[in-house]
Write a protein that binds this ligand. Structure first.
Ligand SMILES: CC(C)(COP(=O)(O)OP(=O)(O)OC[C@H]1O[C@@H](n2cnc3c(N)ncnc32)[C@H](O)[C@@H]1OP(=O)(O)O)[C@@H](O)C(=O)NCCC(=O)NCCS
Length: 190
């Protein structure tokens, strides 16, 4: 692991800033992989230019923080995670995660990354509440969100259309108050 660059270090992963030369090519493959993007809001193909411009833009906007997820074991780049629409007045933000390397899905890496991001959101930025929107058929995302303290607070029936079928969009939130006891337990294992 390149410890010099780690922003947060967990049990299975560390989070670090995105670097075009290191991350853009792999992230571009994920963002054009239908098995990954079927769970995301974006359906259009992603071009290399868009991906690179997005990475270049990181660090310029204090309302958005996007990070690369690397495994502690083997230093493999497996996904990205972000805190978006950070609102320091209303003390809220939105999160999004992609474990793009499918070999690493469903093995606890997303949970570890999300707990680290929430540590930044709640303990560093002192936000009160974080939201995440999930497609109703994304059982894995709903499950890992709940492990991190999120609870369903709303649902928009049939909001999303995929391959001709309509799906609910599920709104989840986690408050600092609800998350902190989970973090106290979680960090014992760090
Ligand atoms: C959603 C995502 C970030 C979760 O990260 P992850 O590393 O795969 O999740 P974890 O392994 O930490 O946790 C997943 C949990 O869901 C459970 N799970 C797996 N598949 C499931 C399914 N189909 N239905 C319900 N639960 C499921 C797992 O058992 C695990 O719970 P457990 O640890 O109690 O056993 C990741 O799978 C991903 O990026 N998927 C593709 C893109 C995506 O969906 N992004 C999120 C958009 S909102």
């Amino acid at each position: 692991m390149n410890t010099n660059i780690a922003f947060r270090t967990g049990k299975l992963v560390y989070l670090r800033t995105l670097l075009k030369s290191l991350h853009a090519e792999t992230a571009l493959k994920w963002m054009n992989d239908q098995e990954v993007t079927k769970y995301l809001m974006r359906v259009y193909p992603m071009t290399a230019r868009e991906e690179e411009e997005w990475m270049d833009s990181q660090g310029r906007d204090p309302k958005n923080v996007a990070l690369a997820i690397h495994t502690l074991d083997g230093d493999k780049f497996i996904g990205t995670i972000g805190l978006h629409a950070i609102d320091l007045i209303n003390r809220n933000a939105v999160t999004g995660t992609v474990i793009g390397n499918k070999d690493y899905q469903g093995k606890g890496y997303g949970t570890d990354a999300k707990m680290l991001l929430l540590d930044f959101a709640f303990n560093e930025l002192d936000l009160d509440v974080i939201m995440s929107k999930v497609l109703a058929f994304n059982g894995r995302s709903l499950a890992y969100g709940k492990k991190c303290g999120y609870e369903e607070v709303g649902r928009i029936p049939g909001w999303i259309r995929r391959q001709g079928a309509r799906h609910d969009e599920v709104i989840l939130t986690v408050t600092q108050e609800r998350w902190q006891p989970l973090w106290e337990e979680y960090k014992k294992g760090l």
